[in-house]
Design a protein around this ligand. Structure first.
Ligand code: SIN
Ligand code: FE2
Length: 197
C-alpha cells in the first residue's frame, strides 16, 4: 500500500469537485443493494469511465451504463485522470472511476476489490471532504487489520501485495472538512478493469 497524505491541494480538490458535479448531474448517485439479500448499501454511488461498478440482486459487476438511466457513464475528467497518471506507474488509462458518497452514518464493510480481470493494475483512491477511518487488512478475511485516517486530498494506492487486501470504512468523522458545504465524504477509486495486453 502506498499512502500519499495531502497529495491534492485545496484548489486541485475544488477542480475535481466542479468536474464531479457535472458528471453526477448526468449520472446521478444511486443506492446499490447487496446481491441476493437486496439490502441497500449505506453509501450512494455513481461512476465515470467506459465501465462502472454496480451491485444489485443479481451480483457485483462492471457495466457500460447507469443502472437506472441506462445511459453511458460520463467520461473520467482530466483533473482525475491526472492523479492516475502521476501515481499509478501503470501504462494504460483507467476504465472505471467509482464515486462513493458517504452521508452522516454511511460506512463500508471489509471487502476485496476483485471484480476486475487485471490485478496488475493498481486501484488508486482519492478522498474528498470529511475524514474517514479506513481499515486495511491482509489478503485473507479475519486477519490482522490496521486503521488509517483518510482526509480530504489524500491519495491511497492498492498495488502489488496490497492490491487484493481487505479494506473498508468504519465511519466518517462529521464536520472534519469544509470542502463539501453540506458535509459528508466522497471517495473516488480509479480502476483498470480489462486486461490490456
Ligand atoms: C471502496 O473500497 O470502494 C471505497 C474505499 C473508500 O471509501 O475509501
Ligand atoms: Fe474497495
Amino acid at each position: 500500500m502506498r499512502y500519499l497524505p495531502e497529495f491534492l491541494d485545496r484548489s486541485a480538490q475544488e477542480q475535481i469537485l466542479r468536474d464531479l458535479r457535472e458528471a453526477v448531474a448526468r449520472a446521478p448517485l444511486f443506492t446499490p443493494v447487496m446481491p441476493g439479500t437486496a439490502k441497500p448499501f449505506s453509501v450512494r454511488m455513481s461512476n465515470m469511465g467506459v465501465l462502472g461498478w454496480v451491485s444489485d440482486k443479481a451480483g457485483y459487476r462492471y457495466q457500460a451504463s447507469h443502472p437506472e438511466l441506462l445511459t453511458p457513464w460520463p467520461g473520467i475528467p482530466e483533473s482525475i485522470l491526472a492523479v492516475w497518471n502521476r501515481v499509478s506507474n501503470y501504462p494504460h488509462a483507467p476504465e472505471a472511476c467509482l464515486v462513493n458518497f458517504y452521508g452522516g452514518e454511511a460506512k463500508m464493510g471489509l471487502h476485496q476489490d476483485r471484480d476486475e480481470e487485471d490485478f496488475e493494475a493498481p486501484v488508486v483512491s482519492i478522498s474528498l471532504g470529511d475524514t474517514a477511518l479506513f481499515r486495511l487488512g491482509g489478503t485473507t478475511r479475519g486477519g490482522k487489520t490496521q486503521s488509517l485516517k483518510l482526509a480530504s486530498g489524500d491519495v491511497l494506492i492498492l498495488e502489488g501485495q496490497s492490491r487484493l487486501a481487505f479494506h473498508g470504512i468504519d465511519r466518517v468523522i462529521g464536520g472534519s472538512s469544509t470542502l463539501l458545504k453540506d458535509g459528508g465524504r466522497i471517495n473516488l477509486t480509479l480502476r483498470r478493469v480489462t486486461k490490456s495486453l
